[in-house]
Design a protein around this ligand. Structure first.
Ligand code: SF4
Ligand code: SF4
Length: 174
């Protein structure tokens, strides 16, 4: 099979064109012009002005975890280890103890989640038979200056409230 070859003329005949200097400076002038206009007025930029402007978090969005409670304030978790067993990142560490609030038999005496290992997959939430763990806190940013500050403890998880109503959470399909 023979194809017809089209020979394109190479652009850039004189020295300026061959060095591309004029075109480089033209391009830089356009970039610099955009920089100045956006620097003076950035309201038309298609970016989110974080952190002044927070992102809209929906109930389906998986944020930092929390442990839920019954209406009387007792924790729902029964230390069944389903979340720990299903966690692909192996970042949940639970120690079970005897229940002291009169409900069922067991409760966690230690419940740590290492957020540096967590991949926010939500399997722990899916696996829980008690709806005791959720990722509906709306917390999208976790910061710290040492590794241990990224390990959420039982108290941290119990103290964090949900960011949505029950209706919103269920409607979100979480
Ligand atoms: S979100 Fe996934 S990785 Fe993170 S604790 Fe739950 S199961 Fe483990
Ligand atoms: S959070 Fe749920 S799955 Fe995990 S130990 Fe507690 S009851 Fe079991």
């Amino acid at each position: 099979m023979s194809g017809k070859t089209k020979i394109m003329e190479r652009k850039g005949k004189d020295l300026y064109e061959r060095l591309y200097l004029v075109e480089v400076f033209k391009g830089m002038a356009v970039t610099f012009g955009h920089f100045i206009s956006n620097f003076l007025d950035n309201s038309k930029l298609y970016v989110r002005h974080y952190p002044e402007q927070k992102p809209e978090i929906t109930a389906r969005w998986r944020g930092r975890h929390r442990l839920t409670k019954h209406e009387d304030g007792t924790m729902k978790c029964v230390a069944c280890f389903m979340c720990q067993t299903n966690c692909p990142a192996k970042c949940i560490m639970i120690e079970a103890g005897e229940r002291v609030d009169g409900r069922t038999e067991k409760m966690p005496v230690r419940f740590d989640i290492d957020l540096l290992e967590c991949i926010y997959c939500g399997y722990c939430v899916e696996a829980c038979p008690m709806d005791a763990i959720r990722m509906d806190t709306g917390i999208f940013s976790v910061t710290g200056d040492k590794r241990s500050s990224f390990v959420m403890t039982l108290n941290d998880l119990l103290a964090t409230p949900g960011a949505f109503t029950e209706e919103e959470y269920k409607k979100g399909g979480a």
